[in-house]
Design a protein around this ligand. Structure first.
Ligand SMILES: [Mg+2]
Length: 362
């Protein structure tokens, strides 16, 4: 491939109302902001996105775009390092990392398009398909809505489903029991989003395990590595402790793994530095011999999830699935609980429906 220096970098933000009020153990929301970026080189355009704050667009236009301009687009590692270096005094985790993630995803898409290959062909593919788990079960849902959503995913072939807990601990056992009844023998996961305190979480781990729950996500804040370690050690053997969705750097994941805080690590490519960052998280999981599960944004995770050596499954998160099916042509769909790449498209195969999104632009 000839040299293809970056000629244009653009970003725009869209705030999309949810289809119903959504809440978890520690947050409630009724809208989601999608930040879409494009990077152009060699007559091609790469597309990336993240979910976060519209402030990311201004960082792309004022700092990250100018830093990328003129750099060789195929040198993704070099672009990634330059973007991380330039935000040193701005603060790398958070808004900067989400913007970098979107741009990294666009660079991978661009490179694959320049080679006229599907993105999965540029990555070291480990498997042909990836299982997903249905994820939603918000604490704002009444029991009927909760049960219908979870059982719909099981009917679509999902082997596991995840629901939120931790907002009103007095109700949690009743909701989880109702969910267990409708999902039958499917795996049932709970996510407290850090809504419990340590000893309370240990008690819930035992009670949830009695209902066959096998995954307890963020029983306490993921900033409490000692607490997570304690809960991991004291939980029944069939109960895995999961966390990692707020990881913005490889060093965050390394600290979480070194603290033996989780049985399974979660990483989000739209936060942790894009596909480049996700592959670093995957390498750390391999080194620590801990399985990996992708967090949210399923259309973005498909290609890197196919490549990650210890990947167990991907999250099929209701809110993002809805947005991706609505606004991205080519967004993958579940078949028998699995996602498979479309090998007939170059890049990640997604096209942004800009005209449809215009009414949400902020
Ligand atoms: Mg979570």
């Amino acid at each position: 491939m000839a040299e293809s220096p970056i000629t244009a970098v653009r970003a725009s933000a869209y705030t999309i109302p949810t289809d119903a009020a959504e809440s978890d153990g520690t947050l409630a929301w009724d809208r989601t902001t999608l930040i879409v970026v494009t990077v152009e080189a060699g007559g091609c355009k790469g597309l990336g996105y993240t979910y976060g704050a519209s402030a990311s667009t201004s960082l792309v236009h004022s700092v990250l775009g100018p830093e990328l301009h003129g750099r060789e687009s195929a040198d993704i590692e070099s672009c990634w390092s330059a973007m991380n270096a330039i935000v040193r005094n701005i603060g790398r985790p958070g808004i900067a990392s989400t913007a970098i993630s979107a741009l990294d995803i666009a660079l991978w898409d661009l490179k694959a398009r320049l080679f006229n290959q599907p993105l999965v062909r540029l990555l070291p593919q480990a498997r042909p398909r990836v299982p997903v788990y249905g994820s939603g079960g918000f604490t704002s849902y009444d029991e009927k809505t909760l049960c219908r959503q979870l059982s719909d995913w099981v009917a679509e072939g999902c082997k596991w489903v995840k629901m939120k807990v931790g907002r009103d601990p007095g109700n949690d056992m009743g909701r989880v029991r109702a969910a267990r009844e409708v999902v039958g023998t499917a795996g049932l996961f709970v996510d407290a989003n850090g809504g419990y305190v340590r000893k309370q979480a240990i008690r819930f781990a035992e009670a949830f395990a009695d209902l066959g729950v096998g995954w307890f996500e963020e029983p306490v804040s993921s900033d409490d590595l000692i607490g997570l370690h304690l809960i991991r050690d004291l939980s029944p053997a069939g109960m895995e402790i999961a966390a990692g969705e707020y990881g913005y750097t490889p060093y965050y994941f390394r600290a979480m793994l070194a603290a033996e805080a989780v049985d399974i690590l979660q990483a989000d490519a739209t936060r942790c530095g894009g596909i480049t960052g996700f592959l670093r998280a995957a390498a750390l999981c391999d080194a620590f011999q801990i399985p990996l599960s992708s967090h949210c944004a399923p259309s973005i995770h498909l290609a890197p999830a196919l490549a990650a050596p210890r990947l167990r499954h991907m999250e099929w998160f209701h809110d993002h699935v809805r947005i991706e099916q609505m606004l991205f042509e080519g967004a993958p769909r579940i078949k028998d609980g699995l996602l498979a790449p479309n090998l007939s498209c170059s890049g990640h195969g997604l096209t942004f429906r800009r005209a449809d999104a215009a009414k949400f632009e902020v």
